[in-house]
Design a protein around this ligand. Sequence first.
Ligand SMILES: NC(=O)c1ccc[n+]([C@@H]2O[C@H](COP(=O)([O-])OP(=O)(O)OC[C@H]3O[C@@H](n4cnc5c(N)ncnc54)[C@H](OP(=O)(O)O)[C@@H]3O)[C@@H](O)[C@H]2O)c1
Length: 280
Amino acid sequence: MDTPSFEPPSYSLSHICQNKNVPFVKPIDKMSRYAPAIAQTMNDTLLIVGASGGLGAELLEAALADENVDKIHATSTRPVSSTHERVRWHQLDYREPATVSRLGEALAESAARLDGLIVATGILAAEDLQPEKNIAQLARHAAEESYDINAVGPLLVFQSCAKLLRAAPTPKALFLSAQVGSVEDNQLGGWYSYRMAKAALNMGIKCAAIEAGRWRNPATVVAVHPGTTRTALSRPFIQRRKAPVRSAADSAGRIYTLLAGLTATETGHFFTADGAMLPW
Ligand SMILES: NC(=O)c1ccc[n+]([C@@H]2O[C@H](COP(=O)([O-])OP(=O)(O)OC[C@H]3O[C@@H](n4cnc5c(N)ncnc54)[C@H](OP(=O)(O)O)[C@@H]3O)[C@@H](O)[C@H]2O)c1
């Protein structure tokens, strides 16, 4: 049974994703936004999972503008032919586990190490999955789909490229999560599948950060909430939003700058795109 009193008056991404603790940061121009380098050498290799998405595509642009990044491996669920000599595309769909292992094999064949991993995949809604307004709308198949794609898939990618990350001098892994995955920050409820899946992702990231902190070259592993951003994922939920929504280029620029500036002491934390810390 629906319980209307439980629903917030305006149940939109704006209510849920906006981080009120973060001061407004003046937009910066594209060159300075993308100027920071992810690592120290001139021949770094980076993997961007979900480089076909709204944020992923702009993160790919940011990496292309980073002259220290020599080679970028990018994934999409669909086949993409590369239009740039520094980019190699791979087809990867978490719903087809063989594509995850194939990605690991392809990387091992062509790269000696992986300096950076960015996971920019995720789903909020799909054909049989809509963000739930109340417990009555929770459905097993939808929750499982969200869990598979939002939580398990990203960690299996980390697993498949851990060996290459270990070979880098200062490896970094950044996973796009969502503030709604924070248990402590949850004031509104709802969106069961997405919230539960992102909370599970967050726990996976925390475990990975602890484990990778014990590597000979410890990795910096973080979760990042991008902030409400105009993409295919958010579009249905921001139509009536009054507060400004960032463009994907703006959010990606901030995320790339954050990644570039990360140090080992910041591993195992959950950040906004502007570098403010969020509670897990
Ligand atoms: N936009 C926002 O306001 C917002 C707010 C909070 C958090 N986030 C998070 O930010 C991340 C990026 O979101 P976005 O806004 O850029 O969304 P998007 O434009 O919809 O992009 C989603 C990406 O995920 C990939 N993907 C979807 N299903 C997949 C699967 N089964 N296997 C592998 N890849 C799959 C898509 O690949 P294809 O293109 O091949 O389908 C696409 O590259 C997500 O984790 C999202 O939860 C976004």
